[in-house]
Design a protein around this ligand. Structure first.
Ligand SMILES: Nc1nc2c(ncn2[C@@H]2O[C@H](COP(=O)(O)OP(=O)(O)OP(=O)(O)O)[C@@H](O)[C@H]2O)c(=O)[nH]1
Ligand SMILES: [Mg+2]
Length: 509
């Protein structure tokens, strides 16, 4: 009965809720009805909240969110390709041929970089590149308008990202070899590749359904000696190559009428240039000049110079390995949704966020409290600097980034899996005689993959231990993510870890 023994007379709220002393039977009945109504309403809200929570729990059980982070060129997008190869192989196979244009573009760009480096006057070469790197419309003669500069960047990752090796200055020892008439002839014969580059960019802009990129392709000055970079934008609603979320079903945008997107024409030009491309890359004078000018194409991204004969063959179809080795820079954050086609988790959705890793991209990294993280540190880059800031060593930058990620409060409950990546390049570099201790003075172990990776693993582990707000497990893999087979095993173990963590997260909801 209202107003009976359960009322606390000292509590003002209870007193206020008391029915009036002179309440009539009709008023009382009305009040009782209103109270019953309120209780019903409140129960309804409770039931709705419960249902919503159950729905979220169900969704979360079905979906795994994973964030890929790491500096530029660390291998994040390559991990996405591995995901697709392993978990949605049918989708990957269906799109395999569409990577051809990007692979051709990667090859053409490498050849154009070589041609650009082949100048008898080193001052010409340096002047060009410095202007180009400044990306300032007032000093760069290579682009007609600013928009093109914003969209297209120099392919200088391979050229300007290394320190001069301590103690040697070969340019002081002997002069750079001079080019013969035949070298100049080869360069001339390869000049149609500028045109090929333009058409391929335009084709890819259509494939990626990005009008701004297409516009940039048109603004690109065909006469330039420099080569533009190519990238995926976060706002690109691409029909794209990797099964991105929010796929549009519209047809690709119309290409500019001035340049026909005739990929057969590309095949013919590449076939015609094949022998000259092979000659150029094999030529010892060319190699010497590249070496002197610190153009390191071999360890750079998207290098297909050893595969010219294969790639320029009629009917060339990219292999899985070619796709993994191809390079396209990510700008912003790309969201991918994979519904697993095989395995015990068949049907489950993996939502993966691929973040652009260059310094000016990192502010946009979407840290969520319910996602897990794969962090890529390319450890072969111990003797290189960031393309975007040549004062910063790439290995130090990776460690700094790892520190930031480990310290994040938002990510304190996320599992973090560290990929010490590009172990294949590291191995080749150490074998070729580059001394790790020349670059990392604290290291006094053997110049072997085992010694160096053990040392680096210890460093990354210590950072995690010191900076994590909560103690976390240290999950570290030595990877070469261009190798699908070894990466597949690692991704399976990541999958298990994430599934376990997800289960715990869901049970806390
Ligand atoms: N040899 C070798 N190449 C690798 C490895 N991982 C990545 N690459 C290559 O390095 C290049 C850059 O890889 P991406 O996956 O595009 O790098 P990213 O981290 O997505 O770079 P951004 O998009 O600029 O942030 C590509 O050409 C890859 O094929 C590796 O372990 N070994
Ligand atoms: Mg990327």
């Amino acid at each position: 009965m209202p107003g009976s023994s359960s009322v606390d007379h000292d509590d003002p709220l209870s007193r206020a809720m008391q029915p009036p002393k002179d309440e009539s039977p009709a008023d009382k009945a009305a009040r009782m009805r209103a109270e019953a109504e309120a209780v019903k309403h409140s129960q309804l809200i409770d039931a709705q909240l419960k249902a919503e929570r159950a729905q979220i729990k169900k969704e979360n059980e079905k979906q795994h969110k994973v964030l890929l982070v790491g500096q530029a060129e660390s291998g994040k997008t390559t991990v996405i390709k591995n995901f697709q190869i392993q978990f949605t192989p049918n989708a990957f196979k269906a799109q395999q041929e569409s990577w051809k244009a990007l692979i051709q573009l990667n090859l053409v760009r490498s050849i154009l970089v070589i041609c650009e480096a082949l100048t008898d006057d080193p001052n010409d070469y340096d002047l060009d590149i410095d202007n180009f790197l400044s990306l300032d419309s007032s000093v760069s003669p290579n682009y007609s308008i600013k928009a093109a500069q914003d969209l297209l960047e120099a392919t200088d990752g391979q050229r300007r990202n290394s320190y001069p090796h301590p103690g040697t200055s070969e340019s002081e020892i002997s002069p750079v070899p001079t080019l013969s008439t035949e070298h100049h002839r080869i360069k001339m014969r390869l000049s149609p590749l500028q045109h090929v580059q333009h058409i391929l960019i335009e084709h890819l802009a259509c494939q990626f359904d990005d009008p701004s990129l297409l516009a940039a392709a048109h603004q690109f000055n065909l006469g330039t000696q420099s080569t533009p970079d190519f990238f995926i934008r976060s706002n690109t609603s691409t029909k794209g190559l990797l099964g991105k979320k929010n796929e549009r079903t519209t047809d690709a945008i119309e290409p500019h009428s001035r340049v026909r997107l005739d990929l057969h024409e590309i095949d013919s030009i590449l076939e015609a240039c094949r022998d000259d491309m092979i000659l150029l890359w094999k030529d010892p004078v060319v190699r010497e000049i590249l070496h002197r000018r610190d153009v390191r194409l071999e360890e750079g991204p998207g290098n297909f110079l050893h595969d010219v004969a294969r790639i320029t063959q009629r009917g060339y179809m990219p292999s899985e390995q070619d796709v993994l080795r191809s390079r396209i820079r990510t700008v912003g954050v790309q969201e991918y949704s994979f519904h697993l086609e095989t395995g015990p988790d068949k049907g489950r959705e993996w939502r993966i966020y691929d973040c652009g890793g260059a310094r000016n991209q990192r502010h946009a990294w979407p840290f969520f409290d319910d996602c897990h993280l794969i962090f890529l540190a390319p450890i072969s880059c111990f003797d290189q600097v960031l393309a975007e800031d040549r004062r910063v060593n790439r290995l130090e930058d990776s460690m700094q980034l790892w520190k930031t990620v480990c310290s994040s409060k938002l990510l304190q409950n996320s599992e973090k899996v560290l990929f010490l990546n590009k172990c294949d390049i590291l191995q080749a570099k150490l074998t070729s005689g580059v001394q790790f201790k020349d670059w990392v003075s604290k290291y006094d172990g053997p110049n072997t993959l085992d010694g160096v990776t053990r040392f680096l693993k210890g460093k990354f582990k210590a950072i995690q231990k010191s900076y994590s707000p909560e103690p976390r497990g240290f999950y570290c893999h030595l990877t070469a993510v261009t190798d699908a087979r070894s990466t597949s095993k690692i991704l399976t173990s990541v999958q298990e870890l994430v599934a376990r963590a997800q289960l715990q997260h869901v049970s806390l909801l």
